[in-house]
Design a binder for this molecule. Sequence first.
Ligand SMILES: [Zn+2]
Length: 271
Amino acid sequence: MHDGAHGSFSDKPWINKLAGMSINFLGANVFMWKTKHNVVHHSYTNVDGVDDDLNARPFLRLSPSQKKFRIHRFQHYYFMLTYSLLYLYWVFFTDYKKYVTKKVGMVPIQKMKLSDHISFWGFKAIHLVLFVGIPVYMMGWSQWLVGFLVYSLFAGLLLTMVFQLAHSLEETAFPVPSPVTNSLEDEWMIHQIRTTANFATGYKLLTWFLGGLNYQVEHHLFPKISHIHYPAISKIIKQACKDYNITYLEHEKLRLAFLSHFRHLRVLGTA
Ligand SMILES: [Zn+2]
């Protein structure tokens, strides 16, 4: 889905479109995803107020420029609970919010064609039939609820953790635009390298399971190249970073990336 929506899954546009649309069957809308992810997240990575991935207000403080509330003192204890709600919140609330406000955060979405409107509502209905209607009919409400919650909460947690371990760390930067020019200090590639980190890239099974999302540095520099090429590209980028004295962010182990994210949240909540 992620590669397809970026146009990097196949050299045939219709296959990319089909792969991207697989997210629709899970209840989220690919049109909204393309604005939120391909446009907003990839262009303004870690820029508070624009990058929608940083917005978990008021529950979590994910960037130093966000306002701190008393509850954030405990955020390193409950962040996984909040993350697990992401999928439900996305499918049943934020997609509709984007649809009604015609915006992702502060960024306007492209004008929706009639076919986009039909696709939005049609797939939302298909999702409800597939994931609520049929299972409830077959098994009853209580069994459905247990199964649906296990799957939804796990999906939310997994998806959020993958993106947080790549961007929301002690080491990653949270650039703030200049108040005078309203522009960002670093040029685009440097901005991507400073705000993005790789994790556990030595684990091939994990790389396969995550669709290459543990190679986020390479992905952010070359989002239109298929993730199967990232291991080879990463060697070149690492060398280029060395040559130009730029820090290449990476955690070799999943555990170390998780701990960095945990400490990042603890500092943002308490300091
Ligand atoms: Zn992407």
